[in-house]
Design a protein around this ligand. Structure first.
Ligand SMILES: Nc1ncnc2c1ncn2[C@@H]1O[C@H](COP(=O)(O)OP(=O)(O)OP(=O)(O)O)[C@@H](O)[C@H]1O
Ligand SMILES: [Mg+2]
Length: 242
């Protein structure tokens, strides 16, 4: 479960209201897709829910933990794939994954099982012994995806995870996101890939100018907007007139 209560965040001394009184609850077992135009406030929201940024006001609950107050407990609960690479370029891929496994105190058997499963799925077996600085964009993205779930978190948060993935890797990621939720966990991800969101998500939230302007299952949103695709819903709601 993820819950935002009256979350507001401004930048530049209040001149930019990046997130404006956000209230949102996502039940466990759901894939939640967070949509919105460039600059709408998605990354800011994700940085608040992962404790990277402090909101001006409001609370984010990850299960029963308040990210601002029960920070360590909340941080154990999620895995995170940021939209930019925050990796140690001189480490090898496998050292990076071992480092994360150590931080999260993952046992030898569990980490081996995770890597035995994911490295072949993402075609990283050959490269994993090389320094991260030699990795392509997509390879780094896959390394972050693998690392983010090494501790089997109950909440998986991803900021535009599909950017840069080849079709086979994209397929694997979608499957893993689905499996994750089917086991009762929660996925929260932002994306601009609306056809994927339409097929993959149990629930969608659309943000514009920091405000949540729509929330619901893809088919319910399509019905209420008399649209035949999530893309139509998105364009109806977010393209400003005039
Ligand atoms: N560090 C910052 N300082 C000042 N303004 C910022 C900062 N980060 C974001 N903003 C502003 O906050 C607003 C929301 O930005 P944010 O990055 O959350 O959008 P986004 O929905 O993730 O966009 P995108 O789809 O392009 O990734 C924008 O107006 C942006 O210019
Ligand atoms: Mg963003």
């Amino acid at each position: 479960m993820i819950r935002f209560e009256n979350v507001t965040k401004t930048y530049s001394g209040g001149a930019t209201r990046a997130v404006d009184n956000l209230n949102l609850e996502i039940e466990s077992g759901k894939v939640f897709g967070f949509l919105g135009p460039n600059g709408a406030g998605k990354t800011t929201t994700i940085k608040i829910m992962t404790g990277i940024l402090q909101p001006d006001a409001g609370t984010v609950w990850l299960e029963h933990a308040d990210i601002a107050k029960d920070t360590i407990e909340a941080k154990r609960m999620f895995g995170f794939v940021p939209d930019s690479f925050e990796m140690f370029e001189r480490l090898t891929g496998i050292d990076y994954l071992r480092f994360l496994a150590d931080v999260y105190q993952v046992g030898e058997a569990e980490r081996k099982a995770h890597l035995d499963q994911y490295l072949p799925l993402f075609d990283l077996e050959k490269a994993i012994g090389q320094q991260i600085r030699s990795f392509s964009h997509g390879m780094k993205q896959k390394l972050q995806i693998i690392g983010s779930t090494i501790h089997q978190p109950r909440i998986w948060i991803l900021d535009e995870p599909m950017v840069g993935l080849d079709p086979a890797s994209m397929h694997v990621l979608k499957q893993k996101m689905r499996d994750y939720c089917d086991s009762g966990k929660t996925v929260f991800f932002s994306t601009h890939v609306l056809d994927v969101a339409e097929r993959l998500c149990d629930e969608i939230g659309i943000i514009r100018d920091g405000k949540l302007i729509a929330q619901g299952a893809p088919d319910a949103l399509m019905r209420s907007e008399s649209a035949t695709s999530l893309e139509d819903v998105f364009l109806n709601l977010t393209v400003k007139e005039g």
